[in-house]
Design a binder for this molecule. Sequence first.
Ligand SMILES: [Zn+2]
Length: 241
Amino acid sequence: MIRERLGVNSMASANFFDGLIGNISPVVALYKDIVGSGVRVECFPGGRSPYTGNGGTFATADWHSNEGVWKIYFPAGAHAHQVYHELLHIRFKNVEGAPVMAASIHEAQLRRNVEELNNDFDHAYVVPLEIATYSEAAVYWEADFTRVLEGLPPPSSEQVNVAQRKITLLRGWLILPNSMPTATVTHLFRRELASGGWLDAANELIHRVRVAGANKALAVQAFREALGFDFPPAAKVTFLI
Ligand SMILES: [Zn+2]
């Protein structure tokens, strides 16, 4: 059915996705949209990333700057929403034009933190669209954020503890209310934010992030203001196109 609708020229692209579990039509359509806008994407069902080794359990996407191509690796029987998720990352960066936030390689710890935070800002865009198309993806994200909440240290008046709790809760809030507004984990995050006195700032943050769209520098500045301190440090991060 899908091949008939897409026509002969798109048969090759549809074939990559034939073994996926679930509805592959949104995957094929998004892939065609991205490739049609001039972005190069190669798919490797059953392959693993030579960079990270990932792709054996979950889908993963690497940008190969030397070749100017994205490569997506995924298990042959992966869920369609995993591949859709990777394609949304690619669309946000290469079609919408969202830069990558990065820190100097000389600051290893900060660099890792900034990489994770950059991924959260991408997920503020990716995850709501992923779940809107594949409701089954919510199960994965609910479990993921439940683990985040369980790893949160209990509240104390120590400055480091307060900062850590606030960063973790705001990072989750970038994604939860827009993708799973009624989920239990979203209610739990809301309750923790409220008990810290941060819920209004958190809601203002997600409004500003939505307005910022692909302007990640603007979105990150809204995050700093919601936090009330300079993280990630403005002088130490850059935004790479
Ligand atoms: Zn992702």
